[in-house]
Design a protein. Sequence first.
Length: 405
Amino acid sequence: MADQKYDLIVLGGGAIGLSTAWHAGKRGWRTLVLEKFGVLNNAGSSAGASRQFRLQYAQSYMAELSLASQSFWAELQGHTQKTLIRQCGSLWFGDPNLSSQEGGIAAAEKVMDGLDIPYTSLTAAEIEAQFPFQNLPKDYTGFFQASGGIIDLKATEEAAFDAALATGFVDVHEWEPSTAISENGGGITVTTARGHYDGARLAICTGAYVNETLAPLDLALGINIWQMSSAYFAVTDAATRLPTWFVFQDPSDSALFYGFPEVDWSHPGYARVATDFPDVTLTNPDKRSFRPSAKNLALDSEWVAQHMTGLDPVPRFTSTCLIALAKDSSRELLLDYTPAWGRKHSNIVTYTAGWAGKYVPILGDMIVRMLDQPSDQLDYGKFQIPLEKFAIDWTTASESREGRA
């Protein structure tokens, strides 16, 4: 294949990569997306059918990003007839003194107060009276935020894919992972098994596979890769109406759960309930299993049996997904310019880590803005990757090479 030239090469064709391509295409940038698997796959961070949308966070800057994302969601909604976010509200409850990687009840209430985000505080008795939960400890408290909802993730990916192609400037190559990244006269050359592609800019959006992508640059980020499991439970009472929800409990490695209402785009007649702790923590995503942990499924089923009404506690349609999380727990997302060949490059941006489903349309815009007008003073400095976090990790880099071989 003859070499091809692009204004932007995007590595990773998941939700964030497709959003990046869409925003680049809107600017008239000739853009190439290289995806290791097929588009709309379930092998990485974009696995599964649904995600939660919420405004509440324990950090003001994260809540502000959720608020800012709403106009981007509205724009993406214009590219599909499917509803991307079904508003059903967001319920947080549990021990008010606890927090997790999701934040905490008291901290989120403080942030919502500061940003004038409306919510309703609830006691355990009020939660049981208004929602299909039971046998909650009497000292549990929580809140309901009405703007929360459930994201149709595959419809979101499809909309971003269609919107990107509709610009007329975007090519998407499936089943074509990068094998080498090299410097080329100020630009970047990406090599695959099919050929060489020259790009003026590079966006690395490979999620849990980020260290496999960075390995040719002898770089590796400090991330944990969680393999997580979830299941669906049959709705036995037609009157059951769930919001999206999260419960804060101890211990964090076996008692955190979250869930979704029944939706028509994924197993109608069933509601999804999942554990918010890993089956296993990986360094190489190619070592993942598609079979959930039997132990974690049992914990999931036990929670449903003890504390939910209107659901059959037998887990069905079980699955796993991967999520990359920064080892520095103070950082929700990792987004920054990338060092290569001995220096940072303003034309290479890496994004990974965090629970980013709710930010799909706005993150693509953020990445393209960084590449369009490089700056040392990022508006989203909370997501910057400290230079030392890009340190060479030979163990991870070696495992990534093995997985790619």
